[in-house]
Design a protein around this ligand. Structure first.
Ligand code: NAG
Ligand code: NAG
Ligand code: NAG
Ligand code: NAG
Ligand code: NAG
Ligand code: NAG
Ligand code: NAG
Ligand code: NAG
Length: 373
């Protein structure tokens, strides 16, 4: 059976970008950059911070709110029975298409729960599927470590085997799951989670080339529209967290850190425009844009203010003895001073599992809160 699957995948492997119909639709004013921020408080329309906890904090900081958009396709989190996740190492659990598929003994299919994550424990996809779920959810996690959106715009840098967002859509989702009678997903019982941009900005910000930043969002928009055409209607987007504050960037100069932060802000603004466009064009979509950047910033500034992250004692460095993962959730190596779960950063770029737990909990509150506008 897997052999046939492989043949089908090979046959369908590359669809060409035959048409231009979706491009050049980014919100007016989105390019070039400087004018972007002129009306920052009102655009984009769909802005991210809407959990009761985050709402309170956002109000006190005078940050404009997000309007999330819910359509008839959304029957609530409790009626989501399938998650299709697209992303990089923050999302990946090292699922393979060729192993067991999601099933009651492992709702993520393979490998053994929580999978090989970059969090030294479960990641936010694991938490959403098995901790914050309100039903039995089968999760098809196509996330792949090192992935960028489209290698033609920004290369992964980790070689050809890395499955980019483009590969995850064209080589995996479309041929294997889009029309698969074994996977009874439909528009209203499925949530499509997309978390991209971390490797893209990390690999390109130093060039300071805004055209690349724009092209990234165009490629992203293209792929989201392909998912829409395949029947996806409920989307959760996560924007790029402040990886300018990761140990990898903290080792560089302060001007480099500032450049990365600005590049991320622009990318995230344009992601808002992408979501805005998607909603404007397609009234039948349900759109959640979660402000991962804002959440991570709050935690890095003061982890003690949240129950889930109160155990963090070190938010600026990582310990080499933990960097490749640990055998237990509270593993302690004396050379590190404190246990793994007291470090925000596992290594140069990835947060440990308490941050993923908090992310999962806040995403769930965001998509389940009553005050949907
Ligand atoms: C910002 O808002 C002002 C006042 O509504 C308007 O005149 C201007 O065109 C807007 N700028 C952009 C880039 O949308
Ligand atoms: C928030 O915005 C209001 C109205 O623009 C302003 O009066 C107030 O000073 C702002 N508060 C903070 C904390 O910036
Ligand atoms: C991920 O899974 C592949 C097999 O599909 C395996 O070869 C690889 O070692 C795994 N990676 C990690 C980090 O466990
Ligand atoms: C959440 O998922 C787990 C793992 O699939 C399952 O055992 C549990 O029953 C689910 N919770 C609810 C409320 O359905
Ligand atoms: C799925 O099936 C529909 C209806 O037969 C078809 O129009 C569509 O092209 C198929 N999609 C894929 C990705 O195979
Ligand atoms: C989608 O699937 C759910 C079961 O998961 C079913 O209740 C619902 O009627 C289906 N919706 C459509 C439009 O087929
Ligand atoms: C910026 O990137 C674009 C798109 O890759 C490229 O065409 C252009 O030459 C680059 N500009 C500079 C100054 O390198
Ligand atoms: C954070 O961890 C690093 C690496 O172990 C260590 O050098 C540094 O002193 C720690 N910082 C704090 C504030 O504990």
């Amino acid at each position: 059976m897997y052999f046939i699957l492989l043949l089908v995948m090979t046959f369908l492997a590359r669809f060409s970008k035959a048409s231009d119909q979706y491009l050049n639709n980014l919100q007016p004013g989105c390019f070039p950059v400087p004018s972007l921020f002129e009306n920052f408080s009102t655009a984009p329309e769909y802005w991210p911070h809407e959990t009761p906890l985050l709402q309170t904090l956002a109000k006190s900081a005078n940050i404009s709110h997000l309007v999330k958009r819910v359509s008839g396709s959304w029957n609530g989190w409790q009626n989501v029975h399938n998650i299709f996740a697209f992303g990089d190492s923050y999302t990946s659990t090292n699922f393979t298409l060729y192993g067991p598929q999601p099933n009651p003994s492992n709702p993520l299919g393979n490998p053994k729960y929580p999978g090989a994550t970059s969090a030294a424990g479960p990641n936010y996809i694991d938490f959403l599927t098995t901790t914050y779920n309100q039903s039995y959810i089968q999760t098809y996690n196509l996330g792949y470590g090192g992935a960028t959106i489209d290698d033609a715009v920004v290369q992964s840098g980790f070689g050809d085997t890395i499955q980019s967002f483009q590969d995850q859509v064209y080589n995996e989702f479309l041929p294997v799951y889009a029309n698969n009678s074994q996977v009874p997903w439909n528009a209203s019982n499925s949530l499509f989670i997309v978390f991209f941009g971390i490797n893209d900005v990390t690999n390109s910000y130093a060039e300071g080339n805004d055209t690349i930043n724009y092209d990234l969002i165009e490629a992203y928009q293209w792929l989201v529209n392909i998912l829409y055409d395949a029947g996806a209607r409920n989307f959760l987007f996560l924007n790029v967290p402040p990886v300018d504050r990761s140990p990898g960037t903290l080792e560089t100069s302060s001007s480099s850190q500032a450049a990365e932060a600005a590049y991320i802000a622009t990318f995230n603004f344009r992601l808002g425009a992408l979501v805005y466009n998607l909603g404007t064009r397609n009234p039948d979509t349900t759109l959640f844009l979660f402000d991962t950047n804002w959440l991570f910033t709050r935690v890095l500034d003061d982890p003690q203010q949240f129950v889930e992250t109160a155990g963090y004692l070190n938010t600026t460095s990582y310990c080499p003895a933990y960097a490749h993962g640990t055998t237990t959730l509270t593993y302690f190596d004396p050379t590190c001073g404190v246990p793994i779960n007291a470090y925000f950063w596992l290594n140069t770029l990835h947060p440990t599992y308490p941050m993923h737990n908090f992310l999962g909990s806040q995403i769930t509150q965001f998509i389940t809160s009553e005050d949907i506008i």
